[in-house]
Design a protein around this ligand. Structure first.
Ligand code: FAD
Length: 454
């Protein structure tokens, strides 16, 4: 046994930290974890989980509208934000408890305090000093709001989950998935929503068909989309509302401004200056492919590094590191190809593998299969909205390189496609697969003729 207090000490009990702690303890290591805010980290407390609960809630307004076409007469429904908040808080508290029990049951020592490096093997955790042979930084990210006159009036995704009231009008600033999800959520909660993005078109990095289709869809729903626009300053008016002055000289009045303009690595007060850990040129902790920092006893995983900022990625990295350190015979490196992901706006977006642009840049000659259709559920509902499905196929090998979808339950559908792509599926294999009828998902196995071919 080493002379350190712990074999592994983990800073941050979020997605990656909890997974690494539990796995390492399961392999027989003496593990401790420090968490100063909330067990489960961003995902459980101010990310994936409460966001998805809000998205479910927001969907009811369309469900109530659609129900009429299916013969349901509903009394006037009204939305109760405090009730949603209270139920969400209870659910999160339940999950926090599950995380605590899981860690304890695995034999992990939990320290509910902030950790700070004293040297490469020593940490100050609250009022205690501990030593560890290996230290893992899994401190995640933190919302970044640029400074400008009036920036003190805006909130980030951290505060949105605890608002006491949900005002009538909201302005969402940002073009990434969190901005679009919240624009959809507020709209579904029958609020007036504007979405402002400084670029040409939101969802940079997603397939162009998805980006254009989504912009048209949410615009048609009534979200006020403003691209090529940016905030100059914000003033609080006498009646409590906010006057937002834009850089093009126009103004906009709203009650709440949510900035979803990216996240930065959470390094505040970590004491990295007392270690040999270095940062990369974007400010993330620099690691090699084994999650090793420049300091031989210190590792980093998840959002604090320049990786894909997704919970399953942090989980996979936590698992891989625990194996590499304490069960090397079972070590499997994380495969970063073909990672599926969803945007829980209404309707959902899901995406997997290469976009059309990425596939072309990689030099593939392509067959593109694209289908736009009204899902059956929308027929009696009288909803004109179309779903989009797109497959990117390499002409030479027939391999499916990318699968993209907008439509109800896109995330649920594309998860299954991810297994097929991991297995190296060709378009011929998709064609040889029978559909489940009648579903929207069957469209992925019935698209026979390329929409475009190189
Ligand atoms: P985190 O989960 O952020 O955990 C880090 C933990 O470290 C935190 O609990 C923090 O309090 C703690 N900590 C920090 N510094 C210290 C310190 N010095 N001492 C002690 N503790 C410390 N991902 C998805 O896959 N799907 C989604 O739908 C999704 N939705 C999201 C929605 C929102 C609004 C946000 C913000 C994120 C979302 N994500 C989603 C991303 C996902 O939450 C993150 O990728 C994931 O949580 C990263 O895990 P992590 O372990 O790196 O860090």
């Amino acid at each position: 046994m080493s002379h350190y207090d712990f074999d592994l000490f983990v800073i941050g009990a979020g997605s990656g930290g909890v997974r690494a702690s539990r796995m390492a303890a399961g392999f027989g290591a003496r593990v401790g974890v420090a968490e100063d805010l909330y067990l489960g980290g961003t995902c459980v407390n101010v990310g994936c989980v409460p966001k998805k609960l809000f998205a479910y809630s927001a969907h009811y307004s369309e469900d109530f509208e659609d129900a009429k076409g299916y013969g349901w007469e509903l009394p006037d429904a009204h939305f109760d934000w405090p009730a949603l908040l209270e139920n969400k808080n209870q659910e999160i508290a339940r999950l926090n408890g599950i995380y605590r029990n899981m860690l304890k049951a695995s034999g992990v020592t939990i320290m509910d305090a902030r950790a700070r490096f004293i040297d490469s093997h020593t940490l100050q955790v609250g009022d205690k000093q501990i030593t560890a042979e290996h230290i893992l930084i899994a401190t995640g990210g933190w919302p970044h709001i640029p400074e400008f006159p009036g920036s003190e009036h805006v909130i980030s995704s951290n505060e949105v989950f605890h608002l006491e009231t949900l005002p009538k009008r909201t302005l969402v600033v940002g073009g990434g998935y969190i901005a679009i999800e919240f624009a959809s959520i507020f709209h579904g909660m029958q609020r007036e929503v504007s979405l402002l993005y400084r670029g040409e078109l939101f969802l940079r990095g997603f397939d162009i068909s998805l980006r254009e289709h989504m912009a048209a869809t949410i615009k048609q729903k009534g979200i006020d989309l403003r691209f090529n626009a940016d905030v100059r300053n914000i003033e609080r008016q006498a009646d409590g509302s906010l006057l937002v002055a834009l850089k093009d000289g126009t103004t906009l009045e709203t009650d709440l401004v949510l900035y979803a303009t990216g996240r930065k690595p959470n390094l505040k007060g970590l004491g990295l200056e007392n270690t040999a850990v270095t940062l990369d040129d974007k400010g993330f902790i620099a690691v090699n492919s084994d999650y090793e920092t420049q300091d031989p006893s210190i590792y980093a995983i998840g959002d604090v590094t320049d990786t894909l900022q997704l919970t399953p990625v942090a989980l996979a990295e936590g698992m891989a590191l625990a194996r590499r350190l304490f069960q090397p015979a079972d070590y499997i490196p994380v495969d970063y190809r073909d990672i599926p992901t969803a945007v829980f706006c209404i309707p959902n977006i899901a995406t997997l593998g290469l976009t059309e642009e990425q596939a072309r840049e990689a030099g593939h000659a392509l067959n593109i299969y694209e289908s736009r259709f009204r899902p059956m559920r929308n027929t009696l509902a009288g909803r004109g909205e179309e779903s989009l499905m797109k497959m990117i196929v390499d002409k030479a090998s027939d391999r499916v390189l990318g699968v993209h979808m907008i439509g109800p339950d896109a995330g649920e559908i594309v998860q299954g496609m991810a297994v097929a792509l991991k297995a190296g599926a060709t378009k011929a294999m998709f064609d040889a697969t029978l559909g489940i009828h009648p579903t929207a998902a069957e469209e992925f196995v019935t698209m026979r003729t390329p929409t475009r071919s190189d």
